[in-house]
Ligand binder design. Structure first.
Ligand code: 5AD
Ligand code: SF4
Length: 314
């Protein structure tokens, strides 16, 4: 598929869109059957040195910042294990302190799960030696979305370079991580052509996981008054990611549900095969304002009902 075909398919709606979704489901079925994966996320810190224009946890926003302790993380992981989930996902803002914290807790987590656990991290850009250290400590995967492959837009929104981000992704691939990339759809100033390029970038890098989320216009951010991303454009992006990266793990993210109830079922119908349940302790969860105070927090029950509605099982 070339860029112009991708751009054309990004725009399909109605019957043609249903054809696109059914192709995506058929590619998923051929490579994964009807099996989906449930992950358990623990949001280990809301501190962040970055100042992304779309995020309420940006450095300039005064808020009550937390960094969980190893013991708190292990306690949350007990609920993940108790729910029969074998993937622990540690997510947090971009701060150097998470390297030592995650590095300490990963071996403990592995011991606690008797080795039957996959550890995925999403902790922002780090140095190659930090990534190597975390891999040595036992991390399997790392999600570092490229967000947008438009270098100017990336710089405007994140005040760092796309090149640095891609260099981190390359380091992670070199070090043997399962790497996740992905984009945000509907960012102010984003061109349709750059979304097609986001899709081609994921193919080019051959990443193992691809996460697509609609832009959420979060309160207390410089982009608060902008319109949120279009869900159909997001779903079409996901379907194309599935068709072009058949083996990839593609989550139906909570932002889809935030845009409209049932949005995550729609994500599965467009080819997703992963859902993430939130296990952050209640007090910290309230402070993890990634999409603002009323984000959608996925419970185990919601994940199970969503998979059932999509005809998938774990
Ligand atoms: N809208 C959509 N996605 C967002 N993220 C952060 N803020 C927003 C927003 N307002 C996503 C980024 C980041 C991931 C952890 O959350 O893609 O990589
Ligand atoms: Fe920090 Fe991530 Fe928010 Fe950017 S999106 S400000 S890196 S927490």
């Amino acid at each position: 598929m070339d860029k112009s075909e991708i751009m054309q398919l990004l725009n399909v709606r109605g019957e043609q869109q249903q054809v696109l979704f059914s192709q995506a489901r058929s590619v998923r079925f051929d490579h994964h059957g009807n099996k989906a994966i449930i992950r358990g996320v623990i949001e280990i810190t809301n501190s962040c040195q970055m100042n992304c224009l779309y995020c309420p946890m940006r450095r300039d926003n005064p808020m009550d910042r937390y960094l969980m302790t190893s013991d708190q993380i292990l306690e949350a992981a007990a609920s993940i294990r108790g729910s029969g989930i074998g993937v622990v996902f540690l997510q947090g803002g971009e701060i150097p302190a998470t390297t030592q914290l995650a590095g300490r807790v990963i071996p403990e987590l592995k011991k606690y799960f008797h080795g039957n656990v996959e550890i995925i991290l999403c902790l922002g850009n780090k140095t190659r030696s930090d990534f190597a250290f975390l891999k040595n400590q036992g991390a399997h995967g790392y999600i570092l979305k490229h967000e947008t492959c438009d270098p100017q837009l990336f710089m405007t929104l994140r005040q760092t370079t796309l090149a640095d981000r891609l260099a981190c992704m390359k380091d992670l691939m070199d070090l043997g991580y399962h790497v996740g990339t992905g984009n945000i759809i509907g960012l102010p100033g984003q061109s349709p052509s750059s979304i097609a390029e986001d899709i081609l970038l994921a193919v080019e890098y051959g990443t193992h996981m691809v996460s697509c989320a609609p832009f959420i216009c979060a309160p207390d951010t410089p982009l608060a008054s902008q319109p949120s991303g279009d869900i159909d454009l997001t779903l079409n992006t996901m379907a194309l990611m599935r068709i072009l990266n058949p083996m990839a793990l593609i989550p139906a993210v909570s932002a889809l549900e935030k845009i409209r109830p049932g949005g995550q079922v729609d994500g599965f119908n467009a080819g997703a095969n992963v859902i993430t349940v939130n296990f952050t302790p209640a007090r910290e969860k309230l402070k993890y304002e990634i999409y603002g105070k009323n984000r959608f927090s996925v419970s185990l029950k919601h994940a199970q009902l969503t998979l059932e509605a999509a005809g998938l099982h774990i």
